[in-house]
Write a protein that binds this ligand. Structure first.
Ligand code: 9D3
Length: 267
C-alpha cells in the first residue's frame, strides 16, 4: 500500500517512520510512504504557502495554488487515489475506517495547519475529511501518522506475528484482559493464581470474563457492537444484577471508573 503525505512540515513525519515498526514494513516493501513538502510547489521567491483570510479575522489560511500544484504533480489530474484532508471538521476516525482504508492500494493525506485551508481545496480536490478525535492539535501531521500507523498494521506481514492484529482488543470489540509476566510476586503483589495453574480452559474463561468486566466498567458503549456468546451475555447479566443489588447487599456505592483516589490530580 502506498501513502502520499502533503505537508508544510515534512520533517515532523519522517522520524516516526524511521524509528517505528513501520521502518521494517517499508524495508520489506509492504508499505511506501512518500512525503511531499507543499512549500516546494510554491512559485514565488518567498515560497509563500499561506495568506491572511479574505474578510479579515486573525490567523493565516493555506493558499490553494501550492496544494493543487503539489497534489496534481504527484497524483495526476484527476488524482489517482482518494485525497483525505486531516481536519477537526472531518468524520471521527475509528477502527472501522482504518479497516476500510487498508483495503485500498493507495491513499493521499493532506495535513492542514494554521487556522485552516482555502475552502476551494476542500470543494474541488479533497475526497474525504477525517478528524482523529475531539481535542485541538496544531496541525494534521500527527493525525496523518495515526492513520498511516493504524492502517499499516492491518496489512498482512507488517506486524511480525500474523494473528497480532486479529487478537487485539478493538478487533474483538472488547478491551483487553489484564496481563502479567514474571516475577509471580512483586513487592508482595501476586499474579492471579489461575494464570499459574496450567489449566488453559480455565485461563481462557478468566481472560474472557476480565475483558468483559473491564469493558463493562470502562467502555460499556463498546458492548453494543461486540460479538458476544451466550456465556458472555450471562456473565454480563450477573454483573448487572450485582451492580443493581449492590446497595442492598453491601452499603458500598456502585463502583466507578476511575475508582476514587485514582483521578488525575493537579500538582
Ligand atoms: C484556531 C483554529 N481553530 C478555530 C476554532 C480551528 C482549528 C484549525 C486547525 C483547530 C485546530 C487545527 C489543527 N488541527 C488539525 O489540523 C487536525 C486535528 C485536530 O486538531 N484534532 C483532531 N483531529 C485533527 S485532524 C487535523
Amino acid at each position: 500500500m502506498r501513502f502520499d503525505v502533503f505537508t508544510l512540515f515534512p520533517t515532523l513525519i519522517q522520524p516516526y517512520l524511521e524509528e517505528s515498526i513501520l521502518k521494517r514494513a517499508i524495508q520489506r516493501g509492504l508499505i511506501e510512504v512518500h512525503i511531499h513538502n507543499i512549500r516546494d510547489y510554491t512559485t514565488d521567491k518567498h515560497r509563500t504557502a499561506d495568506d491572511t483570510p479574505f474578510g479579515g479575522g486573525g490567523g493565516m489560511v493555506m493558499k490553494p495554488e501550492p496544494i493543487f500544484r503539489a497534489v496534481e504533480t504527484v497524483l495526476g489530474i484527476p488524482p489517482s487515489c482518494p485525497l483525505i484532508l486531516l481536519s477537526p471538521q472531518g468524520r471521527t476516525y475509528n477502527q472501522d475506517i482504518a479497516r476500510e482504508l487498508a483495503t485500498l492500494p493507495q491513499i493521499a493525506l493532506l495535513c492542514g495547519h494554521y487556522e485552516g485551508i482555502d475552502e476551494r481545496v476542500r470543494e474541488h480536490l479533497v475526497t474525504d475529511e477525517i478528524s482523529i478525535g475531539d481535542y485541538v492539535l496544531t496541525g494534521g501531521e500527527l493525525p496523518a501518522l495515526v492513520i498511516i500507523d493504524s492502517v499499516s498494521r492491518l496489512i498482512p506481514g507488517v506486524l511480525g506475528d500474523p494473528d497480532g492484529a486479529i487478537d487485539d482488543s478493538f478487533a474483538s470489540g472488547l478491551l483487553e484482559y489484564p496481563q502479567y509476566t514474571r516475577p509471580a510476586e512483586f513487592r508482595g503483589w501476586r499474579v492471579p493464581e489461575i494464570l499459574l495453574s496450567g489449566n488453559h480452559a480455565a485461563i481462557a474463561r478468566w481472560r474472557r470474563e476480565q475483558a468483559l468486566l473491564r469493558t463493562w466498567q470502562r467502555r460499556p458503549d463498546l458492548l453494543q457492537k461486540a460479538s458476544l456468546s451466550d456465556a458472555d451475555r450471562q456473565f454480563l447479566e450477573r454483573l448487572e444484577q450485582q451492580a443493581g443489588s449492590s446497595s442492598l447487599t453491601s452499603d458500598q456505592p456502585d463502583s466507578t471508573y476511575p475508582p476514587p483516589g485514582k483521578e488525575i490530580q493537579n500538582p
